[in-house]
Design a protein around this ligand. Sequence first.
Ligand code: SF4
Length: 662
Amino acid sequence: MTGKLLIVNSYHPNARYVPMGSFGICDYLEQRGHQAKIFNGALYPPNEQVGRLEQEIRSFQPGAIGLIMQWKEYTDSAIRLSRDLKKLFPQLSIIAGGMTAGYFAQTLLRRYPSIDGVIRGDAEEPLHLLLGGHDWPAIPNLLFSSGDDLQAGEGVYRTDCATLEGMSFAGLDQMIDSQRYLEAIEPVLGFPVFIGRGCIHNCQCCGGSHKAFTEHSGRQRPVFRSTTAVLRDLKRLAGRTGTIYIGFENSPRYLEKLFRLVADDPELSGALALNYGAWGLPGRRLLELYSRAFRFGGRPRPILEISPETAIDIHRPLVRDPALYFSNQQLRDTLDSTREIFGSDLRVELYYSRYHHTHESRDVLEEELAGIHDLHDHLQRRGYDNMVLTNYHLATDVGSHNWDRLMDADGTDGLDTLLRGLGRMGFPAPGRPPMDNLCLYAPPSLDRQTLETHDRLVSWLELLRKQRPSCYFIAARLLGFTTLVDCVRSVIEKRRQSGWGEEVTLVGLSHLLRGLALEVEDEVHRVPAAHQTLVRDLAQLHAGHLDTLAGPPAPEDGGLTTRPLIEEQKLLVTGWDLAAEGFLQRLEQEDHLPPAEPTLNIYCGRRIVSFPRRMEPGFRLFDGSRTVAQVLQEAGADGTLDAAELRDLLIFITRHHATFTC
Ligand code: SF4
């Protein structure tokens, strides 16, 4: 007896992926005479999801729905969808599967009658038996409601290597609207290549770790496919997509072999762009094979993901599996290697996260943050503009060690905690930076205020780095990252006491910089006097500039026929030529502060124009009594300003709103 299965993925606002095993399940079932398709609700607007699915069910007439509950982020939408479907098709069996379903199997079945059964662990053979009409008590891995109780199907099924070998995970047409799927995922990471299932490692945060797999799927050991089977899938995929993703690295030697085979295969070599999620630190040989086997040179650049997670060396083996350990120095050496091998054709994404159980105190958090910024600075100095560093909220994966830490305080299986967390996503507390992940766990030693302050600190420093890079880099060079972090945190705390609750915006940034200008003079930070003055000037200069960014439209004649007055708020005298190109290089090369020369700075639109203060009298000639054109005719008569230089300057500042017309 054969049947039909519709695998259904629910809607998610930020993700379009389905687990890669879904394609394998379809293939497994089809080889045994069933029909199977994937409906990916995440591809459609939320209000279209149920209508489209209803239509699909009416035309395909499946015998059962395989409801995907793999990633925790989909839990609430999958439950909602099961209820909607049950109302429409009360006779249709809805069987949930995936890591999250496996973990919460009992609670889901007890609480949501719309879910008829849950498959815990591998689903290929249980689904085959179910579609074949076997009685549910005879189906391994299946848990289902029976009267008022739950009943487990007999036996345990684990997919083995031989079974995986005979399956394909590249049957794109098994998904309805597969082209739409490819268009949605290609700009993200591309089509994930299935190599195996499970992991030998135990990173503390991971819901796909050895420990987590044991709990949600009963899997003790990973299973792999041979490189031959994977090559077969790659050839199938090459006909449909140009971008793939690999994130399975139980054995780096396996990957080396796979990459070598791809490099030596005339049909595959250079045919695909690979985004590669490294589990550890990729070795040089693997990187060289990566460069030979896959396509580079196009845009967007292929991505190599590396996850140090923490900037503190001794914490890395506590946060990630110790077997994956690498030091900060080894990381820097690897980044140098990637630059040598790929130039800027590879985008390297480095992931740091918070909160880990090692983040026991504010000091540790700030040491971490200073280390992350120090690496940023290192990359910037080397000109590695293809490397991106992200400091994100760490998601609390169901079944991970961090999940257990969270549950220690919870006392339940945590489904309510998860659903509450999902409900809060996208709704940050007023004035608080948004969570960029479902981060439910933080060490109990960090109180709410410390967490809020730290989240703000991360966001403000990031905004400063992006919006005012010269200010950020000079301040960091002069103060050191530890002191910069300390000063900015003090500003946030003091301003909170005075009721400051601004959003992390450019307007807020100018207030923050004014606070920083005062803060560096506080003796608790022990900033040398000369550096205090320099950082104060620098912070004030950039704060003033931010305040003036919104200006009136440029005069139609370019300002030449007006009699302009200089806007005094758009002028600032500083002790140094802080806005000059090359200030950082001079600071570095000369290893001491550049000689002080009082400088007049003018805020012109998005730029700051600076020149020596001694030239101010000549510059003031132009202030108010004559038109710009008249001044230009006489320019340089008193010898304080070079005529050509003055001309450029006057035209520039009048066109960029540093003046108003009298
Ligand atoms: S994060 Fe760690 S535990 Fe999780 S899959 Fe990667 S290597 Fe395995």
